[in-house]
Ligand binder design. Structure first.
Ligand code: ATP
Ligand code: FE
Length: 354
């Protein structure tokens, strides 16, 4: 199968072409247009600006993705599109564009859950089999998923408040470091002493896989104000704060991963794998922490390349391919959904799906 995939649920406008079968597919092209410069002055993504930019750019990225892949619409088997969850204006722009393509070319339409796109990415990059354990950790999400099939996800737990990416971004803001906060905090942490400040590890004492990251920024703010002298933070203080913050995140994720693995391994999967996705998976300290936990348990650790961990069209094309291969088709009544929990991602939940 050859599918075109469209993604426009947050602040990246993306399209890609993927070819293959479930568990054995290649990315023929992947085009991502970010919008960070459009939102830079506002300290966050402005939904109206995002929706307008998506509407203007979808055409451009689709054309480019098809050209890069060297296929025309007639060479495709279907069009896949993110139908949620996300900023509703952007999701609607994508769904509308995909419907236009489908109506104009007679191609089948397949709606995809954005989180399923992230969660199935390690099958695209590494061809891993079901069931696998997924830690999806990004700017907006943090959850453990037991993935048993392209439409079969069980959420084992996740953050009850902020996502870690958000915590990294807020930490960067509190310490006057550039956005996105993840990479800048990680770079500072390398120069710092992680043992100097001890930040809370919320919910670590509680059973289960739930996590909380919002208290971390409060603790960080308090500690920052304590060490600041006359409004000035030394470079060493800043690096130490970053290192202490990052260590707390690493330890919480590692310990909760241990518990999620215990649930996953209880069913004795034949070739156990834990995979990560989402922008925060780029963090080397977090990766190292997860790798250690995986190794302790004799489980393979899979991390897709960063370009496929953050929002992109290839993951949507691929998740669409998995659904398409399973017989899923959506009609012109496919709707854009701002909220769409993954464990309700079964076909039939989508308008017109089967
Ligand atoms: P979602 O996909 O959940 O809607 P999003 O699009 O904001 O959210 P991503 O694009 O997957 O998320 O990831 C962006 C987030 O990843 C940002 O919060 C960023 O700070 C964080 N991030 C990127 N690199 C790193 C890093 N090296 N360490 C920690 N966090 C990082
Ligand atoms: Fe995403």
């Amino acid at each position: 199968f050859i599918l075109l995939g469209l993604e426009s649920s947050c602040d990246d406008t993306a399209a890609a072409v993927v070819r293959g079968v479930p568990g054995d597919a290649q990315v023929l092209s992947s085009v991502v247009m970010g919008q960070s410069s459009l939102h830079a002055d506002f300290g966050g993504v402005v939904p109206e600006i995002a929706a307008r930019a998506h509407a203007e750019r979808l055409d451009v990225v689709v054309r480019q993705a098809l050209a890069d892949a060297g296929v025309g619409l007639s060479g495709l088997d279907a069009v896949a599109v993110t139908a949620g969850p996300g900023l509703i204006g952007g999701v609607m722009s994508g769904v509308m564009c995909a419907k236009g393509i489908a109506a104009g070319s007679g191609l089948p339409l397949v709606g995809v859950n954005h989180l399923a796109g992230h969660a199935l990415t390690p099958r695209l990059t590494d061809g891993i089999g079901f069931p696998f354990l997924m830690l999806l950790v990004s700017g907006g999400h943090c959850q453990f998923l037991l993935v048993r099939g392209p439409d079969d996800f069980t959420r084992l737990g996740g953050t009850i408040d902020d996502a870690p990416g958000e915590a990294f971004d807020k930490t960067a803001r509190l310490l006057a470091l550039p956005q996105p906060g993840g990479p800048s905090v990680e770079a500072e942490a390398l120069k710092g002493d992680p043992a100097r400040f001890r930040f809370p590890r919320p919910l670590l004492d509680r059973d289960g896989c739930d996590m909380s990251f919002s208290g971390l920024k409060t603790a960080l703010l308090r500690t920052r104000d304590e060490v600041m002298e006359g409004n000035r933070l030394t470079l060493q203080d800043r690096a130490d704060l970053c290192a202490g913050f990052q260590r707390a995140v690493v330890e919480v994720l590692a310990e909760k991963t241990r518990r999620a693995l215990a649930v996953y391994l209880a069913d004795a999967p034949a070739d156990p794998v834990i995979a990560v996705a989402g922008g925060v998976a780029a963090n080397r300290a977090i990766r190292a922490g997860l790798e250690t936990v995986a190794a302790e348990n004799g489980v393979r650790f899979v991390a897709p390349p960063l370009s496929l961990c953050t929002d992109n069209g290839a993951m949507i094309a691929y998740a669409g391919l998995e659904r398409f291969a399973g017989g899923a088709r959506d009609g012109m009544d496919l709707s854009a959904r701002p909220r769409w929990p993954l464990d309700q991602t079964n076909a039939g939940m989508l308008g017109g799906g089967k």
